[in-house]
Each structure stands twice: as C-alpha cells, then as structure tokens.
Write a protein that binds this ligand. Structure first.
Ligand SMILES: [Zn+2]
Length: 248
C-alpha cells in the first residue's frame, strides 16, 4: 500500500457519512484510498462489490471480465446498462464506476482470470474479491492469493443461496481447504436474481473494507451461508486442512 497522504476537503465531504463509523475514521479512509483491490468478474456479484468499493473510496480498482454485455446480463449485472448491449462489459463497468467516483483509478482488464494472467493480477493487488462463477477461476485465484499472501474475499451464490468467506493466507484456511473440488455437474448457467447476487457482492465489499481498514472481525475460518428464500443466515466454522495441496 502507498504512503498515507491525508484526505482532501473534497474527500472528507464525500466520505463524511462513513468517517463516523465506529473504529473507521480518517485513518480507515486513508487505508482504503491507498489500497488496490482486484475484483474479478464484475457481473451480478462482482459488479455490486465493485460499486460498493468505489463508493467507499478504494483508491485503485482493477476489474477483470472478458466479453460483451448481453441482454441476459441485465437482470443482475448492475454495472451494465441497456445501451451497452453488444459492447465491452468491462468498459461499461469502468464508465459507471468513474461516474460514481471520479477520484479513483479504475483499471479495466478485458480478460477473465486464467493461468496466463492470475499471478500478475493478484500480485499487483492488496486484496482480491473473487466473484468468479467458475470453480477453475476461484481455485486459481486462491492459489495465487496464498502464494503471494494476499487477503481474498470469496463470494458465491446460487439460486437464493449466498456464500461468503475471507481467506487470510497464513492465518486461516484457504478456499481449497474449504472446497475440495468442483461440485459434479456445475453449470456456467445457473438460476439467479440480481438482488441475491448483489447481496453476495455487498457482503463481499463489507469484508474487503474491514480487512483493508482493520475494522471488525472478518470471516476468516468461517463460511457464511445465507438462504435468502427463508431469509436465514448461519456461520459455519471451517478449518485449515493439514493436507491441503495449496496452503500446507
Ligand atoms: Zn488450504
């Protein structure tokens, strides 16, 4: 993270309402300002996370997602707009984020996470928000986060269920400790309401803000499972696997 340089009067005015959050204050705001967060996939989950992090004033957001906006994205990908259909997804997202908070450095990467870019993307971030729907991408990000000792917030959803955990390499379990393998029959296309995906994304942003600013108790060694159909939430303890191939 960069050296603290203080907040301008403009920043104090914009962030006034969160500066009063207990334990956060200007010191917390300066930590967000100095941070680089990688949000990978900025669809229903990651888009909501990126929007909340931009509003909160994370200084540099690197958003990664390939492809163009399709009509079927619009029920949940809240950074996309109808006039963006057929155009770059990540360009639409970057534009919306800059409109919301022009103080930030928004870096748009028109790629999904793969073996060829994961190491570089993760190494350049202070924290990773993993909102990828594919297990292959989630495991790849986890591997690089562990290797480079970067905190990672992993957010996922399916139907009415949301799942969230925070990986602090060296402290708690990694994603591979918690999820051994991709569930059989996992499909790229899954049932989703935008509001459920955005709930997962907003919760991920809260975790990222907490880890970066040192406020609160992040979900390290815990998996939050929310059933929004019944509107019940529970937290499950998850332990480090001594035989984990990634973090042992
Ligand atoms: Zn592990």
């Amino acid at each position: 993270m960069a050296e603290r340089k203080g907040l301008s009067p403009d920043e104090k005015a914009v962030y006034e309402w969160q500066l009063g959050v207990s334990g956060f204050g200007e010191a917390g705001q300066e930590k967000l300002k100095a941070a680089t967060v990688l949000v990978t996939r900025i669809g229903g989950v990651g888009g909501a996370a990126a929007y909340a992090l931009a509003a909160a004033g994370v200084g540099r957001l690197v958003i990664a997602h390939e492809g163009i906006v399709r009509p079927a994205d619009l029920n949940r990908q809240l950074l996309m707009t109808a006039d963006g259909v057929g155009k770059s997804r990540v360009a639409s997202a970057a534009r919306r984020l800059r409109e919301l908070n022009p103080r930030l450095d928004i870096v748009a990467v028109a790629e999904n996470v793969s073996e060829s870019n994961a190491e570089r993307l993760v190494r350049g971030a202070d924290l990773v928000v993993d909102a990828a729907p594919l297990f292959k991408e989630r495991f790849l990000l986890n591997r690089e986060a562990v290797r480079h000792r970067k905190p990672m917030v992993d957010a996922a959803m399916y139907d009415f269920e949301v799942q969230l955990t925070t990986i602090l390499p060296g402290t708690g379990p990694c994603l591979a400790c918690i999820i051994a393998a991709e569930p059989p029959g996992w499909n790229r296309r899954f049932p989703v309401f935008g509001a459920v995906a955005a709930s997962a994304g907003s919760l991920a942003a809260v975790e990222a803000i907490k880890v970066l600013s040192g406020v609160g108790e992040p979900l390290v060694g815990r998996l939050l499972v929310g059933d929004l159909r019944q509107m019940t939430f529970r937290t499950v303890r998850v332990a480090k696997n001594p035989q984990c191939a990634v973090c042992r």
